[in-house]
Write a protein of this length. Structure first.
Ligand SMILES: [Zn+2]
Length: 988
């Protein structure tokens, strides 16, 4: 569909003949473009001709009638600057141009400029070199809409044409473009010492893929790709890598191209040479450029990449992960040559898919050969993909679920914004949405697995065949995806037809048109324990009103693992309805966390199966299915999201969490020294426990029974945790997850005598003067928990005062800390936050609580006040030892941190309202103080007190309004933890 600002002409452009005259010493260039066009209807007249053009000065324009007749019709030249157009009209105010046939040619002469500051259009980069001063690379960048800076054209994805380029420039330079060079001849008629380089015709392509390079300093390495076809016309072709420097460090790039072009030819069953069938020869160049804002661009036959990404020393290449990244990047650019370039899309709204597809296939091909996931080098099974990509995407969508958009809506919005923006420079980032890109990769990967799973035992790579079918040459005009730019669903409808499956296009529609992702509930059937019931719903965050959200079923790739022999369920691979009943028991869904959804296991049997089959060793217990590291982590991550969500948290989840945690702790006894397979899941389990603990300590008054049960389990856990080695020695190395786990254990079990003892010891070490000499520095990851446990134990104001003085002596403290991978900025921010929020974590005696409150009172303008308040508020329900003078007054009433805070708050409130009038930072902190006070009081039984307090200010309009608004905001924020806690109440 034409967009309002796209060009509406009565013709299509078939071919551009473009001749450029580029003198590298000048900042302008000259061009002559001859455009061959065909009218869309039989009418042989045109009102006007519109072409995209930006920063080009068109000097002449005319219509060529035919090759026989030399006559030309001159055209008048007009510009529409806002829409970046040059408009050609008949001269002498004639109403229309009459043409002799439905095909015609237009010729324009113009000048353009060479960009020396940014990397779009034609741009020049000077190469810094000690010996010669004038070394340069002139290159181009056209995506998404910079071809119009190089020649007048229809610069839109909906227009595909052939480009035949020739370049006049100084003799002896390297000149490259999309197609191979046809010939180079001297061109003395133009300037002395210059040549004309003529290139073959390009394939049909969009202008965004056009490119050329001119340089006096390019080194090259070349390799041959053997013909993979038996056809006699098909010949070997060469691939080359060009670089202005260090060409030897580009060997890996060349090897990778040489290795993967044949694999791609095999995947698509379509040779690279067939892509360039318009020309006589085929070639493929990679050119490394010093600067490129988009990092890499897959110009047809002329891929350009910013050189620091590809020039790697043998030493750098020894790093597996760096080498894999590089391989993936190169293959990604190669994939575009087939899908994205040869088969191209009609609108930028499909950009996300173009990029997702290239990344998916690149990972698929670079993984092939080590597809068995036991090999940890396989990208699909490593943390970067599973946790870095899938899980953070799930959290991302979750956090914005009310506003979360579908890929489809996202693309439409991007398109709309771009149209508004046309006047400014549009860059690739404007047409690219990262969330859709990542969702697209996950969608393709889970589709691949679903299709493979359906055909297990049959080794034909079905998806490869399906994609290959898109390239079959016998396609008619109607379904040939190369001849006309296509839409996303054109591809998937054809693939669905090929695979004889309606589900394929439906699967893609589902994941592009539905927002968010599903939660799949798995239950044993109540009547028949052999049966399994599956129910799916859209996953929403805890604040979203469930009943007001559209809840359409997704196409869920089930990826079921069965309870015996680690087998997958090949019968049930896809769920398309709300519910599904299986006639057999299962072990888990979403095996290896490869699809985009969370699973809620709602029968105890699942947790029992998990723990009876979790081992940290690789030994398989005969017959039964084992739970490996990725599945265990996925189960815990899903539990974490579910337990923290009021809509989904049920007692079974808490029970399951305790089962798994207990089991993990039991395994502490016979673990390996550096067993991250244990520490990582344990640290996730501990982080969920910590959230529960915070819920309980904040609301313990009303939910005491619940808390008691939690504490019983905690006791058991802490008993087992004594098997942990807490010794810090110079030689000991820590796993990051081990430190995280130790820190969580300290925070959760902060009042346990063992934990107190250990942390007091660390606290003393941290304050000592000679720690660096002994070498036993305290790991940074433990600092927060050391503060917390110690501050929690303070009983008098002196201890607290010492802590504060010591905390202010930042440098001395940091000298005793060992950093492991943390950057110093990160350390400072974290440190600041933890230190001051834990400074408020005192709850043993009234004396020490008052000390903290008085500190706040006298420093109300400091930015650390909200942090201290955060610490205090987490202890509101803790009962404290009252100071002696008050003991006689109210001997029986237990006093909590919150009670002290509330009294202090009411006593000082009027003073603060006066003090804050002219002090912005003090006023901000005062507002935080009010909401903290309301936070405590708004538990259900105490709501009346706070209402009375607010009402007592009814006469003072400003204050009354402030209190009311704060109260309103607070009420909303309050709902979640309280509701989660209620969901937890029937804990058994
Ligand atoms: Zn790309």
């Amino acid at each position: 569909m034409a967009t309002p600002l796209s060009i509406q002409n009565g013709f299509n452009i078939d071919q551009y003949n473009l001749q450029l005259d580029i003198d590298p010493s000048k900042t302008n260039f000259k061009g002559i473009v001859t455009i061959a066009a065909t009218l869309l209807t039989n009418a042989t007249s045109l009102k006007e001709i519109k072409l995209h053009s930006k920063n080009l000065a068109v000097t002449s324009a005319h219509i060529l009638y035919s090759t026989k007749d030399d006559s030309k019709t001159n055209l008048s030249i007009n510009y529409d600057e806002i829409n970046q157009l040059v408009i050609l009209k008949p001269e002498n105010n004639a109403q229309s141009l009459s043409l002799s046939s439905t095909t015609f040619e237009i010729q324009l002469s113009y000048t353009g400029s060479i960009n020396e500051t940014s990397t779009y259009g034609v741009f020049k980069t000077l190469l810094k070199n000690n010996s010669k001063k004038d070394n340069f690379i002139i290159a181009t960048h056209c995506q998404p809409s910079f071809a119009r800076y190089i020649f007048p054209c229809i610069d839109e994805l909906s227009s595909k044409s052939v480009i035949e380029l020739s370049i006049i420039t100084t003799k002896g330079l390297t000149v490259l473009s999309n197609a191979p060079i046809e010939q180079v001849v001297e061109k003395k008629s133009v300037r002395s010492n210059c040549t004309l380089t003529t290139f073959n015709k390009t394939p049909l392509m969009t202008t965004s893929l056009f490119g050329f390079v001119i340089s006096n300093q390019l080194e090259v390495i070349t390799a041959k790709i053997p013909s993979s076809s038996s056809s006699p016309e098909s010949k070997d072709f060469s691939v080359s890598v060009y670089s202005p420097i260090r060409i030897n460090d580009a060997t890996f790039t060349l090897d990778t191209i040489q290795k993967y072009v044949p694999l791609l030819e095999k995947f698509f069953q379509f040779n690279f040479a067939s892509i360039f069938k318009n020309g006589f020869k085929t070639k493929l160049d990679f050119v490394l450029l010093p600067n490129l804002a988009d990092m890499a661009m897959e110009n047809f036959g002329l891929i350009v990449i910013q050189m620091n990404h590809l020039l790697l020393t043998p030493h750098q290449l020894a790093n597996d992960s760096l080498r894999n990244q590089l391989e993936q990047l190169i293959v990604h650019e190669l994939v575009h040559q087939w899908i994205g370039n040869y088969i191209s899309f009609d609108s930028w709204e499909h950009m996300w898919f173009n990029e997702s597809f290239a990344t998916w296939l690149a990972i698929h091909l670079t993984n092939s050969g080590n597809e068995m996931h036991e090999d940890s080098s396989s990208y699909w099974y490593d943390d970067q993909y599973l946790i870095g990509m899938i899980d953070s995407q799930l959290n991302n969508v979750h956090n914005h679920s009310l506003s979360s958009m579908t890929i489809h809506q996202n693309s439409a919005m991007i398109k709309e914004e771009n149209e508004k923006k046309r006047k400014d420079i549009l860059v690739t980032n404007d047409v690219f949405d990262n969330d859709s890109y990542i969702k697209g990769i996950i969608m393709l990967r889970s589709l691949q697995l679903t299709i493979q799973q359906q055909e297990d035992g049959n080794h034909v790579d079905l998806l490869s065949n399906a994609f290959a079918s898109l390239f079959q040459q016998e396609k008619t005009e109607n379904n040939n995806l190369h001849l006309k730019p296509c839409k996303l669903m054109d591809i998937w409808n054809q693939i669905g037809k090929y695979l004889k499956s309606e589900n394929i296009p439906n699967f893609i529609s589902s994941w592009t048109r539905l927002p968010g992702f599903p939660l799949l509930s798995v239950k044993q059937d109540e009547d028949d324990s052999k049966k399994t019931k599956l129910i799916q719903n859209r996953f929403l965050d805890g604040y979203a009103p469930l009943d007001k959200i559209e809840n359409v079923p997704y196409h869920i790739p089930l990826l079921i693992k069965l309870p015996m022999d680690n087998k997958l369920d090949y019968e049930n691979v896809l769920m398309t309805d709300r519910t599904l009943t299986l006639n057999h028991p299962i072990f888990l869904c979403n095996n290896e966390s490869q699809a985009m959804y969370r699973v809620s296991y709602e029968s105890e049997i699942y947790y029992d199966q998990f723990i009876s089959n979790t081992t940290t060793t690789t030994t398989t217990i005969g017959g039964s299915t084992t739970l490996d590291r990725i599945n265990l982590i996925k189960i815990l991550k899903d539990l974490s999201a579910i337990i923290n969500n009021v809509h989904y948290c049920k007692p079974i989840h808490i029970k399951g969490l305790f089962k798994i945690t207990n089991h993990l702790i039991d395994q502490l006894k016979d673990r390996d020294a550096h067993d991250d397979n244990l520490w990582e899941p344990l640290s996730i389990a501990m982080s969920i426990l910590l959230n529960l603990e915070r819920c309980y300590s904040k609301y313990s008054g009303d939910y005491y029974d619940n808390e008691k049960k939690f504490n019983e389990i905690v006791e058991k856990l802490v008993g087992e945790s004594s098997t942990i080695n807490w010794e810090l020695t110079k030689s000991r190395r820590y796993e990051a997850f081990e430190l995280e786990t130790l820190s969580y254990i300290s925070i959760i079990f902060k009042n346990h005598p063992e934990i107190i003892k250990i942390n007091e010891k660390y606290y003393d070490l941290l304050r000592s003067d000679n720690l660096k000499i002994s070498g036993n520095l305290i790991p940074f990851k433990l600092i927060g928990s050391i503060f917390l446990v110690n501050v929690e134990q303070f009983t008098n104001g002196k201890q607290w005062k010492r802590f504060i003085n010591y905390a202010k002596d930042y440098d001395r403290l940091m000298a005793n800390v060992r950093l492991e991978g943390e950057s110093s900025k990160e350390v400072q921010e974290l440190f600041h936050h933890e230190l001051w929020s834990y400074a408020g974590y005192t709850n043993k005696t009234e004396e020490v609580v008052m000390k903290v409150l008085n500190y706040i009172d006298s420093n109300l303008e400091l930015e650390l006040v909200p942090l201290i308040l955060e610490g205090i508020s987490s202890n509101f329900n803790r009962v404290v030892v009252a100071s002696k003078k008050q003991e006689s007054d109210c001997s029986d009433v237990s006093l909590s941190v919150g009670d002290i805070f509330w009294k202090w708050f009411m006593d000082n409130f009027n003073k603060w309202t006066n003090k804050c009038k002219n002090n912005k930072s003090m006023a901000d902190n005062f507002h935080t103080l009010i909401s903290i006070a309301f936070d405590y009081r708004s538990t259900e039984s105490k709501n009346i007190l706070i209402e009375d307090f607010i009402e007592s200010y009814k006469g003072q309009e400003d204050i009354y309004k402030l209190l009311r608004t704060t109260r309103k905001v607070m009420k909303k924020d309050q709902e979640l933890p309280l509701a989660v806690l209620k969901a937890l109440t029937p804990l058994s």
